[in-house]
Ligand binder design. Structure first.
Ligand code: NA7
Length: 546
């Protein structure tokens, strides 16, 4: 790299997933000098790291793309829910189409950053010790880039192959004919389990909480059908995303489940169920995630559907408990294809960790409290992430008050607009804390936040402003709003990454903006329309503006 070019960067973008490439392209287009530093060996973010067997997206192909530059015109997905390999091809396509590669530095992890108040620039240090000094730091690190590996006794002694799902070897691992163990039944675990069950010699699943999984509804997408869709409705679908609660092409039903007759409700449930995807969750009556009584109706429907597919009563009891493990939809339901059928296979064992916890990992496998040693060749840790905040707090980013972000958020997260945080000037983050992250289609959330950030930087430049930082008061107010919005619903009744409850010792609090995309967009717009209300803006004396 040309050293001087890197020293005078207007913006350093961290991460080359959807958000990173959006920012690179849009900022470059407006004449900013920008680079992406990406820790992985390729583009794609989540789809670079998550290459475990069966990894695929849970958003329909039509909404899982960037709307900018009419990229969709020359791209076709082959399946309704594309897998990681096809998603990587999509990133490759975008990279070539927009000529992004020349400004992306791969295999480069950021380890620390400190803002220099004399120059209004960040000093950002990479793992190899290189330091760059961008005006703006844009963290496009996603919500799931810090894997969580439970602290099992003996984990390092295991003699087979053991990998976290998000650190699955890029070379792949042969699971056919092997004794496979999977710990965790979140979205990743469910995908890995349904892929392993049919091919492994034996599959042992270690489950702590039953996943209230719903049918994916996968199918091939014909090229002709897709071309027709592009001519007719795809542009509308892409715009529609930003008008719905979760950034999907369908929306929550704005009425109570009890406003309709039980018959109408049942027929509607059946209809949503048959559509596959998240219709039954993100297209539900508005009170399903708000009112326990409405939630009970949805859970009962879900349970009947699951029970029909499981043969053994013991399996039924563990996978579809009579008492719901948490209100339906307050924890991310997985989307599955043959998940429940896997448990009808004779080569599959399901351990309920509440009844029979893991005691230790041995050289041969996993030992449970009942004394059994489950022998394995491959152990997959589908144990999730220090989600939402971990992607940012794993970088040593020092505030202007000397407090690292890890410590600042250690007692609870506070942000302004889910995009910035006090004492960290000229730093933006996307698809992270206090944004619609957990309840949104990634590209939708990213386009809302990204367009705001790009406009903000353009305006600062035209007004000669070199520093922007939210006030503590604005941050406090926004953080109260986040808590208020979450408190009206049942979200806190589930232990999950939505609230940090999945990580031992992490403060349990709402980590997401739960008011939906349109509400969130409105807040961003109001802020910008009122001269970046809640921020203090300043200009470095004598500094040449970017
Ligand atoms: P998740 O959804 O956080 O799932 C992690 C799973 O691992 C979940 O079933 C956990 O059980 C289980 N887990 C975590 N720690 C342990 C320990 N110590 N012992 C046993 N089991 C454990 O992560 P995913 O990767 O599946 O999905 C993350 C998101 O990516 C997903 O929501 C989508 O948005 C895409 P628990 O449920 O906490 O009892």
């Amino acid at each position: 790299e040309d050293a001087s070019e890197l020293q005078n960067l207007d913006a350093l973008v961290v991460g080359a997933g959807f958000s990173g490439i959006y920012h690179l392209h849009q900022l470059r287009k407006r004449g900013f000098s920008v680079k992406i530093f990406e820790a992985g060996g390729g583009l794609g973010g989540t789809w670079y790291w998550n290459c475990y067997p069966g990894a695929r997206v849970d958003s329909d192909f039509s909404i899982y793309q960037l709307a900018m530059e009419d990229l969709w015109k020359d791209w076709n997905y082959s399946e309704r829910f594309p897998d990681w390999e096809e998603l990587r091809e999509y990133f490759h396509y975008v990279e070539e189409k927009l000529n992004l590669g020349r400004d992306i530095v791969l295999n480069t992890r950021i380890v620390s950053a400190e803002f220099n108040t004399n120059t209004d620039r960040w000093a950002v240090t990479t793992q190899r010790g290189a330091v760059v000094h961008p005006r703006f730091l844009v963290l496009c690190t996603g919500f799931a880039s810090k894997p969580h590996i439970p602290n099992y006794k003996g984990l390092a002694t295991f003699e087979g192959e053991c990998h976290h799902t998000a650190r699955w070897p890029q070379r792949g691992v042969e699971i056919k004919g092997k004794r496979v163990g999977v710990i965790g039944t979140g979205a990743s675990g469910v995908q890995m389990i349904q892929e392993s069950g049919p091919v492994a010699s034996h599959l042992t699943v270690f489950q702590r909480t039953a996943n209230l999984a719903m049918p994916l509804g996968q199918h091939k997408v014909d090229k002709k059908v897709q071309e027709k869709m592009k001519e007719e409705i795809l542009p509308s679908i892409l715009r529609r995303r930003l008008q719905t609660f979760a950034g999907f092409h369908f929306d929550i039903i704005p009425k109570s489940l009890f406003d309709v007759t039980p018959e109408e409700c049942l027929l509607l449930f059946e209809d949503q169920w048959s559509k596959g995807g998240f219709h039954f969750w993100l297209g539900a009556f508005e009170d399903v995630t708000r009112d326990q009584r409405a939630n009970d109706v949805a859970y009962k429907f879900w349970r009947n559907k699951a029970m029909e597919r499981i043969n053994d009563p013991e399996m039924q009891r563990k996978l579809a408990p009579a008492v719901q493990p948490h209100p339906f939809g307050t924890k991310r339901p997985a989307l599955e294809q043959k998940y429940f059928e896997v448990y009808n296979q004779p080569n599959v064992t399901l351990i309920d960790l509440n009844e029979n916890p893991i005691v230790e990992i041995t050289p041969k496998g996993v030992k449970t409290q009942d004394g059994a040693e489950h022998e394995l060749d491959i152990l997959a840790l589908a144990t999730g992430f220090d989600a939402v905040t971990g992607s940012i707090t794993q970088i040593d980013i020092k505030g202007t008050n000397g407090v690292p972000i890890r410590d600042k958020w250690g007692g609870g997260v506070s942000t302004y607009l889910g995009i910035t945080t006090a004492n960290h000037p000229n730093m933006f983050f996307t698809y992270g804390p206090h944004a619609p992250t957990a309840f949104s289609n990634g590209p939708s959330c990213i386009e809302v936040q990204g367009s705001w950030i790009v406009d903000c930087l353009s305006r600062l430049r035209s007004e000669g402003i070199t520093r922007i930082v939210p006030t503590q008061a604005a941050e406090d107010e926004y953080t109260i709003l986040i808590k208020g919005l979450a408190s009206t619903h049942l979200w806190n009744r589930a232990k999950s990454w939505y609230t940090g409850a999945n990580i031992p010792g992490k403060v349990v609090e709402p980590l997401n903006f739960t008011g939906g995309i349109p509400h969130y967009s409105r807040l961003l717009k109001e802020c910008a329309d009122h001269g970046f209300h809640g921020f203090s803006l300043s200009t470095q004396k004598g500094s040449e503006t970017t």
